[in-house]
Write a new protein. Structure first.
Length: 256
């Protein structure tokens, strides 16, 4: 059976499951080597590059778009190197930043609680710049939101997405577990990218800790628990290495 990917819905809390490092207490081994032994994992840390943030003003969509386009340039540059190292063809992701949600995107109705979505077919990211996002834009939330969506593009380019879409599952619990592994890997890839450009950002450890606090609210049965999101994001940030983001081989009972 194929699945429908659950997009990030911003700051929406959901019921949590008692899950481990990547999943619930469902011991279902993932055997597809595209997922568990992807060539991306063996290519080391992301290159250290500069990505100074552009100015962004409160409640100013224009400056937010300029800011995010600057981040997008950095994402394309960094991941181009790593994806090609892994022996895969690279193509840039496109991004659209809007203040009003589209009625439809990627062949589906845009639901009112969605704030971002990556469309693998067109390789396009859409982010809705809500007033809630623009009210206090000085943190790393928008930076990370784009980087997480871009991580799905990386998963697409490295065949992780295709393998994930086609892996079998026996019941809803296993489907949710596989969704969590996929989404937590996106979080980890995003954090690895942030770490690779960290020295060029005018940021402190508090900024990173604040981001961890905010993204915990993405917790759900498909995104992972607060504990799991924190664990995998921090793991990627500390290593800057996509190889540390192999959620597919993580044991459900690892206690993270």
């Amino acid at each position: 059976m194929r699945r429908t990917l659950i997009p990030l819905v911003g700051l929406t809390a959901a019921a949590l499951l008692p899950i481990g490092a990547a999943s619930a207490a469902v011991a279902y081994p993932v055997k597809d080597k595209t997922l568990t032994g992807n060539s991306l994992y063996a290519k080391g840390a992301l290159p250290t590059t500069k990505c100074p943030e552009k100015p962004i003003k409160k409640l100013d969509a224009g400056s937010a778009k300029s800011y995010l386009n600057g981040v997008l340039t950095c994402l394309n540059r960094t991941w181009a190197v790593q994806v090609r190292k892994a022996g895969k063809s690279f193509s840039k992701a496109k991004a659209v930043f809007v203040t009003k949600a589209p009625k439809r995107f990627c062949g589906a109705k845009w639901l009112k609680d969605w704030t971002s979505y990556y469309c693998g077919e067109s390789r396009t990211i859409t982010i809705v710049l809500t007033k809630r996002f623009l009210k206090e834009p000085d943190d790393l939330f928008l930076f990370n939101l784009l980087a997480v969506n871009y991580a799905e593009h990386v998963q697409k380019l490295t065949s992780i997405d295709n393998a994930y879409q086609n892996i079998s599952y026996r019941n809803k619990a296993e489907l949710a577990e596989q969704n969590r592994r996929y989404n937590l890997q996106s979080e980890c890839f995003s954090a690895a990218f942030i770490a690779s450009v960290w020295d060029s950002l005018d940021r402190t450890k508090k900024d990173w800790d604040d981001l961890l606090y905010y993204i915990r609210d993405w917790a759900s049965k498909d995104q992972g628990s607060r504990k799991s999101i924190t664990y995998w994001a921090d793991r990627g940030f500390k290593s800057a290495d996509p190889g540390s983001c192999n959620t597919w081989s993580a044991a459900p009972s690892s206690g993270r």
